[in-house]
Every structure is written in C-alpha cells, then in structure tokens.
Write a protein that binds this ligand. Structure first.
Ligand code: PLP
Length: 391
C-alpha cells in the first residue's frame, strides 16, 4: 500500500519514550534541546510581527512563480548589505528552506543520484533525500582545534552520480563556517564532477567574531552552479511564517538553464502566500533587533558554559564560531544515548546525543544555546556535575 521511501521506523525511540513518561508524570524538564525561537522568551514584538500582515494588497491574487517581486527585492537588499549585488530574478521564494532543498533536489537529481552532505550535520538531510529519491552520502568534517572540511575525502567521495555538495554555513551543530580556501577547493570539486553546490545559510547572521578567512555568503560563488538557501526562520526568528528562498548563481549558461527549469517547478506549486510575502520586506528591515538579542543570548549562555567548565573536568566543549548550538565532549564510559537518558531521568535535563547529528563516534552531546539564561545555567550545572560524578 505505501511507498518504500516512507518505510521509516515509526515507533518512538527510547529517549522520546522517556520524555513522554516524564511529561505524563508531571515532572519538570530543563530543555536544552529547545531551539524554537518563539519558545525561548525572546522579546519578539507582536506589533512589529503582526502589523505588516494587514496589507490590503493581500486581497488580490497575483501569482508569480518566483514569488512576489517586492519580497525578492527585499531579499536582494539583504545580500546587498553583505556586498553582493543580485538581480531579483535570481531569487525564488519558497515556504521554507526544506521546501527549497526539495525544489533543488528535484531540479538536479534523477532517482538514485547522490548528494553529499557534511558529517556531522543537520539531521533532516536523510529525510529530504529519501523524499526526493536521492541517496545521501556524507563527507567528513574533522575537528582539530576547530572544524575543517576533509577536502580529500570530499573529492574522493564525489563521483559521476553526485549531483550536489551541501554546505551548511555555519553548520548545525558544529557552528563552523566555510572558509574561502575551502570553498575554492569545493567549487572545483563540484565543477569537475558536474555537481552543484548547495549552501544553507540560515544561521549566517549569527557569527560570534569576525574572521577574514570566512566566506561572507555563497550567493556570489561563480565557479560552480550554486544554490544559496535561507529564510526567515532564523534570520528573523519567525519559523511560523514559513518563508524561505533560493538564490541561483554560477557560470552564466548553467545559471540561466537552472533558472528556467526552477521556474517551472516553482510555478507548479506557487506555494508562498501573499500576506507573508507582502510582510517580508518589513520583517527583514527589523531583523537587527531580534538578531542582536539572540546573539546576546547565545553568547551569554556560551559564557556561562565556559565559566562552569573549569579546567581538569572530564567534560569540555568544542570550539564554535557561530550559530545556536554548542557541543560537549563527554567520556565514552557509556553511550551518548545512555548519557542523555541518565541526564533526563536523574537530573530532569534534556540534551541531544551526538548521533542525532551523525557524529561518527560516541562521546558528544549537543546543546541549544537559545534557552533562557536561568534555564541554561541550571541545566548545565546539573549536566556537568552528573558527568563529573559518573565519568
Ligand atoms: C541548518 C538548517 N537549515 C534549515 C533549517 C530549517 O529552516 P526552515 O524552517 O526554513 O525550513 C534548520 C532548522 O533548524 C537548520 O538547522
């Protein structure tokens, strides 16, 4: 009756069961996996968010496969502020970054073709790949006092069936940005193999310190056909508004062919609604307020973590350049799942095990840096004492 691509194990895993039981018993949870910005007590202004939705132009349906031009112009201004001039026709609006990935995979890949994603990274790629009939292979990010792409492994992995190399900038959860030298090599690997580069920049505005080696945005890449994906969910902390986009650039001929084909895909769905597209310019114009509050929050939580992680403990954190997450290195005296279960049952703290993000070995826990400061401090105090007692 059902497609094999939906043959997922649908039974809740052990950690979801533990969470469900705890909630059913009315026990509290200090949730350090929470990265929904609308759940973290941020000062999101109801007036700034809701007023732009009341626009009488929403009463008229004016379909455009790329999405409303005024919204695409606002997206072009966002890149212009990063020193990149884009034509609004290089931009397609989508309802989310996830939808943007689907459009790009449908554009590039036949069933059974491959895409290469970084490991560790964002857990949704396996699902997006399966739903679009592409096989997801990984290329390693390696940690030596900071994260780097293993470029030789990437080049070896990229072959005739590879249609795209994904980059997450900065990556979730490693918080590492692409560097100019890395991008140069990756663009070459893509060009040689007739594969595209797909760059997810949803967290790009959340860098902690400036770095001249860092890529500003992939939306100016010219060596390989490049799709830069982003949206309001992180940039404006508005995941509920469901607005993302794709920027297309690269060698001229490939770019115009991609734009023409993408237009047909987008025209088939016409998925972005008018009120959100009309409101987008205003939301983007106000993004600095919420972004600075979020940056203060994540940096304060990171500072608290460093205060608690005094030297000599069996737990430490990995270097992070930006984004909303931190990674703890913990003793491999038990599996990450066992650590997470113990922290939940004994301390009432919820964190993610590294394997959710496809870490290649045990010994890593992933934390969101977005929770309220008191929640984060309380939770991490408990996490660290438990690991010290049990490590
Ligand atoms: C790397 C990355 N890309 C995309 C998304 C989702 O973005 P959207 O809400 O636009 O689909 C997330 C959400 O956490 C993410 O971590």
């Amino acid at each position: 009756m059902f497609s094999t691509r939906t043959n997922w194990p649908l039974k809740p895993n052990r950690l979801s069961e533990l969470l469900r039981e705890r909630r059913a018993r009315g026990l509290s949870i200090l949730d350090v996996t929470e990265s929904n910005p609308t759940h973290c007590g941020l000062a999101l202004s109801a007036e700034e968010i809701l007023a732009p939705l009341r626009d009488s132009r929403s009463l008229v349906y004016q379909p455009d496969p790329r999405g409303l031009r005024t919204a695409r112009e606002a997206v072009a201004r966002y890149y212009c502020e990063r020193g990149v001039e884009l034509h609004p026709d290089q931009i397609f609006l989508t309802t989310s970054t996830s939808e943007a990935y689907s459009f790009v995979f449908r554009l590039l890949a036949n069933p059974g073709d491959q895409i290469l994603s970084p490991q560790p990274s964002y857990p949704l790629f396996d699902f997006l790949g399966a739903l679009n009939d592409v096989e997801v292979l990984t290329y390693p990010l390696v940690y030596h006092d900071g994260w780097q792409v293993d470029l030789d492994a990437l080049a070896a992995q990229c072959g005739p069936r590879s249609r795209a190399v994904l980059v997450v900038h900065p990556n979730n959860p490693t918080g590492s940005f692409s560097k100019k030298l890395e991008l140069g090599r990756m663009g070459e690997v893509c060009r040689r193999n007739n594969a595209a580069l797909v760059a997810d920049e949803v967290f790009a505005d959340y860098g902690f310190e400036s770095d001249a080696e860092r890529v500003v945005t992939h939306a100016q890449e010219s060596v390989a056909l490049t799709f830069t994906l982003s949206g309001l969910s992180k940039i404006c902390a508005l995941p509920q508004m469901k607005l993302g986009w794709i920027v297309v650039n690269g060698p001229r001929e490939l770019q115009s062919e991609a734009l023409a084909r993408l237009e047909v895909i987008a025209d088939t769905y016409l998925s972005v609604n008018a009120p959100v597209a009309l409101a987008a310019p205003e939301w983007l114009a106000h993004r600095c307020n919420i972004q600075s509050e979020i940056l203060q929050r994540v940096q304060a939580n990171l500072g608290k973590l460093d205060e608690l992680l005094v030297p000599g403990l069996p737990v430490s954190r990995l270097k992070v350049e930006g984004g909303w997450y931190a990674i703890l290195r913990v003793p491999s005296t038990r599996s990450d799942d066992d650590w997470v279960a113990e922290l939940l049952v004994q301390e009432g703290v919820s964190v993610h095990p590294g394997h959710f993000y496809d870490f290649p070995s045990e010994g890593f826990l992933v934390l969101s840096l977005l929770p309220a400061r008191d929640v984060f401090a309380d939770a991490l105090g408990r996490v660290i004492s438990r690991i010290c007692a049990g490590g």
